[in-house]
Write a protein that binds this ligand. Structure first.
Ligand SMILES: C[S@@+](CC[C@H](N)C(=O)[O-])C[C@H]1O[C@@H](n2cnc3c(N)ncnc32)[C@H](O)[C@@H]1O
Length: 252
């Protein structure tokens, strides 16, 4: 008789943006050629926006930290890296990479006002049904003069085409991981940050085309999981219409 009990495999069908997808894909986080490969490239680019800590006590709060992919790129910058995420299986991996983890919703973070020198929200806001609340929390956590860094997907038709219709057919983005109804309008995000005292600058970014094609070819040929040298770079681009980074300091 076939076993009718529910199974957890990378192939179970879940609604778009269902957080249980991160449990099913838990083994992919740290594979440089895995389903989350592009998150590694983005983490490197995000970390480049973060200066060295000014004191040994400086806290960097990484909202939606996932498995802590930002950690290796912060090495040597001197922060205490605290990661906040909903997904236990991801947090366990983040902890194994030296992150102090807190299981919580980014819209209600159990950390004190003004505790952070830096708040990072990498590829998070486009997954949060109430992204405005997550932004309010990010700004609340920042101390005066603290730095917010983020990257997310814009609420445009082009972003839906590129990130979902095309991106989710490529091996760099898991299928169904996005719900494009949650994508974040860049102008609305800048306005929301301003409302909470953070003057945000945004710029469009994209993966380097040549490097990404070479990476895809290597992956199709079954290239080995080798980090570092051959990883495509995330580079600035004129348009914010698809993927964009933001950074800004809290006034006060
Ligand atoms: C696309 S991953 C990005 C992970 C990480 N920032 C990175 O770039 O590698 C999105 C992460 O956000 C988490 N997440 C989604 N909604 C969340 C929420 N409301 N509060 C906290 N974490 C959330 C997911 O569990 C997942 O780990």
């Amino acid at each position: 008789m076939p076993d009718a009990s529910p199974v957890s495999t990378p192939y179970r069908v879940l609604p778009p943006n269902d957080p249980r997808q991160y449990d099913d894909l838990a083994g992919e986080w740290w594979r440089p050629h895995g389903a989350f490969a592009m998150l590694h490239w983005l983490a490197r680019a995000r970390a480049a926006l973060v200066p060295a800590a000014s004191t040994p006590d400086d806290l960097l709060v990484d909202l939606g930290c996932g498995a802590g992919l930002l950690a290796p790129h912060l090495a040597g910058k001197g922060y205490r890296h605290v990661g906040v995420d909903l997904t236990r299986s991801a947090l366990d991996q983040a902890a194994a990479h030296g992150v102090t983890v807190v299981q919580a919703d980014a819209t209600a973070v159990p950390l004190a006002d003004g505790c952070a020198a830096v708040v990072s929200a990498g590829e998070l806001l486009e997954h949060v049904p109430d992204w405005r609340r997550a932004v309010a929390e990010a700004c609340r956590l920042l101390r005066p003069g603290g730095l917010l860094v983020l990257d997310t997907l814009n609420d445009t038709l082009l972003a839906r085409l590129v990130a979902v219709e095309l991106g989710e057919r490529l091996p760099t983005v898991p299928r169904g991981i996005h719900d494009p109804r949650l994508f974040v309008d860049a102008r609305a995000l800048v306005a929301e940050c301003a409302r909470h005292g953070v003057s945000l600058t945004v710029r469009g970014v994209r993966p380097q085309l040549g490097g990404t094609l070479a990476w895809l070819l290597r992956r199709m040929r079954g290239g080995a999981d080798r980090p570092g040298r051959t990883e495509p770079r995330i580079v600035p681009t004129r348009s914010t219409a698809v993927l964009y980074q933001g950074w800004g300091r809290r006034g006060g």
